[in-house]
Design a protein around this ligand. Structure first.
Ligand code: GLN
Length: 451
């Protein structure tokens, strides 16, 4: 009830929720109250959550914030959200995002942009919450839910978390099932939680994570008690500081915060070592080949026949064309065009194959660092703080926002963004901890030292 009231009061200014499921939320909460009263409550009993519009929720608005999925209500539930409901969580509604999770500012949503609850000191100019999980981050930051689901293909959990002062975990590829999550780039997509604290994050991930026969890339490994890692000593852990992340254009405040984070971990007894990840500079261009390539293939299914929008035409080809022209936004069309181009005969070797080779080199950089005994890597999450809508109007400058985040997806590694301080304008900045595959626990221990 209190959260539904908070949404009614706060959402018009933030546009974080694109659908509020008030009646269902009340019914779920009433069932939770009963279970809590008779002592049969689950790990998340009664905890109110917001769900990114990318997760299929049975009978409920699921549109990936695209016009092409207009009025789509799936007959099935994503595995991640099913896991949350099985543990007693309550759904408040569906959260805004960039269309099909393509973007870094939440400006490409068919429901309009989401707004960051933070403002620059002495200014009331609205700022973006980052993207693509901008609604998730804004809702958590503004207290419109206790936690939210999100997804991260190239930074969409960590970047919005950093820009809103919240905690975001992009788990190891395969830790959470992708089943029922609308696909963007299948070899990079991974679901994870955005929360206010590291502890809440650890609790949510434990419920979200599972092996799933319906997603053959999900991994059959026991899900640890992540919460037990929160507050655990980081003494003796070896933390790598990658020289290549000191890039041109990085704001001074980001660099000083990074130094501050290093000092905090050192004080807590961690050992700091300089490392090199020499292929970092190729990650962004390679990502913007691999991700659109997979997207162009995944988005081929939106043809006006199976789901959502249909715009009739003179024949079936004309109907496909009309539907896709009307249903997809500009950024999605750009990605489909790039993806189709880099996969086409004659260009495949030059672009897609080359990008996949770069991906292997990026992965090898991390492997070598971990083999040399590094337990985790500390780097900034974003090159700058939250920006104003329209500030990055050309796509390439928008893509540059992802410079610190995409490498992790290319390598399939877990990474936790934690709020670490503010810049001169009083806006939150985040640091990012990158771990060995399936070692989310170490990241939670380190994250709780920094937050
Ligand atoms: N900003 C990146 C992109 O547009 C990442 C998005 C994401 O992680 N879903 O591709």
């Amino acid at each position: 009830g209190a959260f539904l009231d908070a949404i009614a009061a706060g959402n018009p200014a933030l546009n974080a929720y694109v659908a509020v499921t008030g009646d269902e939320a009340r019914a779920m909460a009433a069932r939770s109250d009963e279970k809590l009263a008779n002592g049969t409550g689950g790990a998340l009993e009664g905890i109110p959550l917001g769900i990114k519009d990318l997760f299929a929720t049975r009978g409920v608005h699921t549109q990936a914030c695209s016009n092409i999925l207009k009025d789509f209500k799936p007959h099935y539930e994503s595995t991640v959200t099913a896991n949350l409901w099985a543990d007693g969580a309550v759904m408040l509604g569906k959260l805004n995002m960039d269309e099909f999770a393509m973007g870094s500012s939440n400006e490409t949503s068919c429901h309009g942009k989401a707004i960051n609850p933070w403002r620059r000191k002495d200014s009331d100019q609205a700022l973006v919450p980052g993207g693509s999980s901008g609604g998730s981050a804004a809702a958590v930051a503004a207290g419109l839910c206790l936690g939210a689901t999100a997804t991260d293909t190239g930074g969409s959990i960590r970047q919005p978390a950093a820009l809103t002062g919240t905690v975001g975990m992009k788990p190891t590829y395969g830790r959470c099932s992708r089943w029922g999550v609308v696909a963007y780039a299948s070899s990079l997509d991974q679901a994870g939680p955005i929360t206010r604290t590291v502890r809440d994050n650890a609790i949510l991930l434990r419920s979200m994570a599972s092996v799933d026969p319906k997603d053959t890339t999900s991994v059959d490994r026991p899900v640890p008690d992540y919460e037990a890692a929160v507050g655990r000593s980081v003494k003796g852990l070896k933390i790598g500081i990658p020289a290549e992340y000191r890039v041109e254009g990085m704001q001074g405040a980001v660099d000083s915060l990074w130094q501050q984070g290093i000092a905090w971990l050192k004080d807590a007894g961690a050992e700091i070592v300089e490392i090199s990840l020499p292929h970092t500079k190729y990650a962004l261009p390679a990502y913007y080949i691999v991700a659109p390539a997979e997207a162009s293939s995944n988005l081929a299914r939106y043809d006006g026949v199976r789901y959502g929008l249909r715009v009739d035409g003179t024949d079936i080809a004309d109907m496909y064309e009309n539907t896709r022209a009307a249903g997809f936004g500009t950024e999605v069309k750009r990605r489909v065009l790039i993806g189709t181009y880099v996969l086409s005969a004659g260009y495949y070797d030059a672009y897609y194959l080359k990008a996949q080779k770069v991906r292997t080199l990026i992965k090898r950089d991390f492997d070598l660092a971990f083999q040399a005994g590094v337990d985790a890597i500390l780097a900034p999450a974003t090159p700058d703080a939250a920006f104003a809508p329209g500030e990055f109007s050309d796509p390439v400058s928008m893509y540059l926002n992802d410079i610190f985040t995409v490498t992790v997806n290319m390598a399939g590694l877990p990474s936790l963004a934690v709020p670490a301080g503010v810049n001169g304008d009083g806006l939150p900045l985040g640091l990012q901890l990158i771990g060995r595959p399936f070692d989310e626990e170490t990241l939670y221990s380190l994250g709780s030292t920094i937050e």
